[in-house]
Design a protein around this ligand. Sequence first.
Ligand code: NAD
Length: 442
Amino acid sequence: MFRSAVSPVLSIAKRSYSNVAPCIKLFIDGQFVDSKTTEWIDLYDPATNELVTKVPKSTQKEMEDAVESNKKAYETWSQTSVLTRQQLMLKLQAVIRRDMKKIAQNITKEQGKTLADAEGDVVRGLQVVEHACSAGTLLQGESLQNISRDMDVVSYKLPLGVTAGICPFNFPAMIPLWMFPMSLVAGNTMLIKPSEKDPGATIMLMELLNEVGCPPGVVNVIHGAHDAVNFICDHPSIRAISFVGSDQAGKYIYERGAKHGKRVQSNMGAKNHCIVMPDANKETAINQVLGAAFGAAGQRCMALSVAIMVGEAQKWIPDMVKSAQSLKVNAGHEPGTDLGPVISKESKERIHRLIASGIEQGAKCPLDGRGIKVEKYPNGNFVGPTILADVQPTHECYKEEIFGPVLCVMNADTLEDAIAIINKNPYGNGTAIFTTSGSSAR
Ligand code: NAD
């Protein structure tokens, strides 16, 4: 029942229907609005490639209307007390918690990740709403008495105005929830452009904002791709942009937004490394490396995509392969699934290309997930867990973010050599070490 062609998880009232597929709505001034656009983006279930919904490319007028609504709402919202904003967050966290499973089902349908991962997606966002409930202390300024004779200095944290959030596809609930709760609680209003690949969770969060009494225009949602992004970067009334996504888009948005005098934060791509020391607990290390490499089909900015095996730990690769082979690849809503599909056919092709280039450039491939067949879902974008061994820093599969279930394994003789490899890589976001030695860990 969960996999019917028309998504049952978004409430029908919030979608319009053509005879082809439901269309996702815009959210402007507290209303769910049908777009008047003639340009649509088809959104397919990654497990079946059946059409789930159509996403409008918002028209110029719709985007203008949204910012006008944000501007108007800012006049009163910025004057509300901190405690009023905090109350809104307290109510919001309760309804998100109540609807967690419903939102997670929508995420699995549109994005493909397992239901457990989808719930984690909502939980991580919920934690930011909970954090925003401490507005009373978060928004405190500073003061210094007598900086000079008879002179004190005080600083206040004041709202900026209309802000905007541009989101990626991989955490459709968590990332909008990184953005609008903090912006709102600080007295700003926000325009959100969710990923065109899975905007459903954002729209469900807007239903919840309405339910808890958020005034119209405090948050608005437009849909689209590059044109909507350019609109946000250029609009003179938008004062700040929060972006999460790939390097390519992030650098572009940073430059274009900054050129228009905006504050821009760009959180971009990653290549997370870990070091596996020979004194680590072998079973724990293997389980944790594989969970972090292949969870959410590797489509996490914190996915562990490179493991550097030090000394004797290099002998563990066959056991690592054996454990990875036991991971279950299936549609995200099927019980017992470890890895769901990747987001799109294009993404699957890109991942295949990077695996092939690794092999061509000299890496070994003791586990190749390219040929995986998932019997019940023959049309899904599935890639099985893949391990590339003997990877070198010059390989394309090492230099690029793969963003799929591919673990690059490298070798180093010593901890120092392994750290040197990591420090030469231009990417973040994080690193890990598996060891039982306190000094190695430090
Ligand atoms: P993406 O960059 O393709 O898309 C992100 C947003 O930018 C979307 O809303 C999209 O419409 C827009 N966009 C895409 N290309 C654009 C372009 N050329 N010009 C203007 N706008 C553009 O990213 P994605 O594929 O949706 O998400 C995956 C990426 O996000 C990965 O690189 C991942 O590491 C990164 N990510 C980073 C973090 C972090 O905290 N650093 C967190 C999550 C995801």
